[in-house]
Design a protein around this ligand. Structure first.
Ligand SMILES: [Zn+2]
Length: 252
């Protein structure tokens, strides 16, 4: 069920039946010339909503993330990782006050990961909630490897494919070549072991990292369905556990 579509009256029963909340998080940031700025939050929302079960509540999507490294590209929005961490922690803490203390953060943007992990650690540490950070692309690593001949990373074949599946009209097919031509094949820039590339523009002219020309809607469907099944299995795992058993262990 989707929390924002309930009234406060009907939410009472829905929350009482819920074991787990799904909190979709993403970004509004450049994804090269072929994909929309909303790529990451559109994917996160679609995946969270694909898990359709009585014991899971889908929260509204957090659409702005930790994206300052894309700042030179038009349209990119960002907040600091401290702000993002607090937003995630305080939102899940408010859900916990309604009795649902197990959560999955269904994340669509790599830059949010560290902040989500810090939020999850502090919620667990103080006994407020248990949040599992879940990045969709990590749940389908092996399938991505099987489908594409590219390292990928951003606005790549996997992302393009998934968007093609969930919101096909948002993929600018005629700009895929341009995206690939100006792309980098990996993140960052290393010199004698030091990381010297800070912004995406340090390494990628088009904003893409990887080869989006390898994308297809069929590959997107396979990735989406596999990721959705993994997410559903994760919700099963969480639903089966008593909240207390998820808290930090005590030393004997
Ligand atoms: Zn992305």
């Amino acid at each position: 069920m989707h929390l924002a579509e309930h009234t406060t009256t009907t939410a009472a029963d829905a929350l009482a039946d819920a074991e787990v909340v799904l909190f979709p998080t993403g970004s509004t940031e450049q994804h090269g010339p072929a994909l929309p700025l909303g790529m990451d939050h559109v994917a996160a929302r679609a995946l969270a909503r694909s898990v359709d079960r009585e014991d899971a509540v889908v929260l509204p999507t957090l659409p702005v993330g930790v994206s300052e490294h894309h700042r030179q590209f038009h349209g990119t929005l960002w907040v600091t990782d401290r702000t993002f961490e607090r937003f995630v922690r305080e939102t899940l803490s408010s859900v916990a006050s309604h009795g649902v203390r197990k959560a999955v953060v269904v994340n669509g943007h790599g830059g949010n990961d560290a902040a989500i992990r810090r939020a999850a650690r502090s919620l667990r540490q103080d006994g407020t909630a248990f949040a599992a950070p879940w990045n969709w692309w990590e749940s389908v690593d092996d399938l991505t490897e099987e489908l594409f001949e590219e390292g990928g990373g951003h606005a790549d074949a996997a992302e393009t494919s998934v968007l093609w599946h969930v919101a096909g009209d948002l993929v600018r097919e005629d700009a895929l070549e341009e995206a690939a031509a100006g792309a980098s094949d990996s993140w960052g820039k290393r010199v004698h072991g030091a990381s010297v590339g800070v912004d995406t523009l340090d390494v990628s002219e088009s904003g893409a990292v990887g080869d989006p020309t390898q994308a297809s809607p069929e590959a997107g469907q396979r990735l989406f369905e596999r990721a959705s099944a993994e997410l559903d299995a994760l919700v099963d795992w969480l639903a089966d556990r008593e909240f207390e058993t998820l808290l930090p262990p005590e030393h004997e």
